[in-house]
Write a protein that binds this ligand. Structure first.
Ligand code: GLN
Length: 486
């Protein structure tokens, strides 16, 4: 049998069900790897809790009542609230916070039998593209520790890449699953907006936030996504009333005749040559498997950046008003009256980037600027969604890069937040349209830094994306490669 930490979700699930290994053995093996907290990935670990969950899994396996993912470990991004672990959202303002309940996604994965290894680092309130906005320190990229892992689900991606966990949850508002998956050489999928419940997922920009799985392969992501999704109408008003799907059962289609749309705007001057080379090679592979490449246009791609960076901060400024020191989280010590308590608490508790977004958001929503910024942005958002519908009249899925470059150096954009915003150009359009998108490893640039290819599907077409990714992974081994020394 392969070393436990080198096994993926499907392999581990099989080994557990067939009793080749116990859930306690698996949990122990992964917990041992988190010692010393490699890459600053974990924010909370509690081996007693994890081992108790593993024992419960072993009991269900023995009793013949095992779930589909019984005993397989998972780490949760720290924006999912958890009863048994602290939840900080990467912020000082929630430094001692413990939720009285589990997020729906966490609950669903536990229902499938998964064992929680702990909570993983992320940008504060999921705002960022490099994981450098965490109040608990940056995460390093396991492929090159002088580089960022991507963000905001950087802890999730780095932990999977470093084989500290076979799987992690992530959230994606404007690319936070796809971009770190790309930079860390793993596979991740953001489903259609509304597929996974947002209940218990700390809100950043509610009209965009979506949960999704991050793991090694499309096969593993299909298993995880099948367990995560499903209606939660009473608790999330935007949850879609579509039944949970078994995505794993839909991974067998040939790519013959599949039309892959290639948006010309995703292949312009801003795309680094090494990323382009890797994506071109991946497209050739898909062509050799029977797919047809169709040139398409997404003419408002560039506008996705200003539109997103108006709408997301606007929603954030409203969502984050609840962190005021009254009901939960940090409260400043010395204050004179209620308003001074609010002010000091928020000044002390929030980091720079979060404050910048709250201020931007309040500004674009304010009387006199609303029409010029927020309303305009909403109109263009609709046009971006319409552009995708025109494109999907000509193709079945869309393919392109996830990010214009490979992972950049830590500290590179420290004095220029706009540089990080601009790097989101290829992930923002699908987010604004609410479409499913995924990232799969397709090669390396700048030596041995992973390059991810993005696949975008029409609404509720996750099965199609996962199938394309799986067929590609049956023919290639980029998803099996790992950083040196692991
Ligand atoms: N990088 C984007 C931002 O900073 C996306 C983050 C996300 O998807 N959570 O907002």
């Amino acid at each position: 049998m392969t070393t436990l930490h080198n096994m993926g979700v499907a392999e581990l699930a099989h080994a557990l069900q067939t009793k080749q290994v116990s859930a306690v053995e698996v949990a122990t093996a992964f917990l041992a790897r988190t010692g010393g907290n490699p890459h600053n990935t974990f924010l909370d670990i509690d081996s007693e809790v994890t081992l108790a969950q593993a024992q419960a899994s072993d009991a269900r396996i023995a009793a013949g009542t095992a779930g589909a993912l019984e005993g397989v470990p998972i780490a949760h991004k720290d924006v999912f609230v958890t009863r048994d672990f602290a939840t900080t959202a990467g912020s000082k303002i929630l430094s001692d916070y413990r939720s009285p309940f589990d997020a729906t996604v966490v609950q669903k994965l536990s229902n499938a039998g998964m064992v929680t290894l702990g909570k993983v680092n992320c940008d504060e309130f999921a705002m960022g593209s490099a994981n450098e906005n965490s109040a608990y320190g940056a995460v390093t990229n396991p492929w090159d520790t002088t580089r960022i892992p991507g963000g905001s689900s950087g802890g999730s991606a780095a932990a999977v890449a470093a084989r500290l966990t076979p799987a992690a949850t992530g959230t994606d508002t404007g690319g936070s699953i796809r971009q770190p998956a790309s930079f860390c050489g793993i596979t991740g999928i953001k489903p259609t907006y509304g597929r996974a419940s947002r209940y218990g997922m700390i809100a950043y920009a509610s009209s965009l936030d979506q949960a999704g799985p991050m793991a090694r392969s499309a096969e593993d992501c299909a298993l995880l996504l099948s367990a995560m999704c499903g209606p939660d109408l009473d608790r999330d008003a935007t949850s879609l009333d579509v039944p949970a799907e078994n995505f794993s059962a839909k991974l067998g289609d040939s790519l013959a005749g599949l039309r892959i749309g290639i948006p010309k705007e995703f292949f312009g001057d801003g795309l680094a040559a090494d990323v382009r080379t890797a994506i071109d090679a991946a497209l050739k592979t898909l062509e050799a498997q029977g797919a047809k490449l169709v040139p398409i246009t997404l003419p408002r791609t560039e506008l996705a950046i200003p539109v997103y960076y108006i709408i997301a901060p606007a929603e954030a400024s409203s969502n984050l008003s609840r962190f005021d020191g009254v009901k939960f989280g940090h409260r400043a010590k010395d204050y004179t009256d209620l308003v001074s308590m609010y002010k000091k608490t928020r000044a002390e508790g929030f980091g720079e980037e979060v404050k910048r977004r709250i201020m931007t958001g309040a500004y674009v929503l304010s009387h006199g600027y609303y029409d010029a910024y927020y309303l305009q942005a909403q109109k263009i958002r609709r046009m971006i969604a319409d552009d995708f519908q025109r494109a999907f009249a000509e193709c079945d899925v869309i393919a392109g890069p996830v990010a214009p470059t490979v992972a950049w150096k830590l500290g590179n954009n420290a004095s220029d937040p706009l540089a990080d915003y601009l790097a989101d150009i290829f992930t923002l359009p699908a987010s604004l349209a609410g479409l499913p998108g995924m990232s799969i490893p397709v090669g390396f640039g700048e030596g041995r830094l992973p390059v991810g290819m993005q696949l975008i599907g029409n609404y509720l077409q996750e099965a199609k994306l996962l199938n394309v990714a799986h067929q590609y992974q049956l023919n290639t081994d980029f998803h099996l490669q790992k950083p040196e020394g692991i």
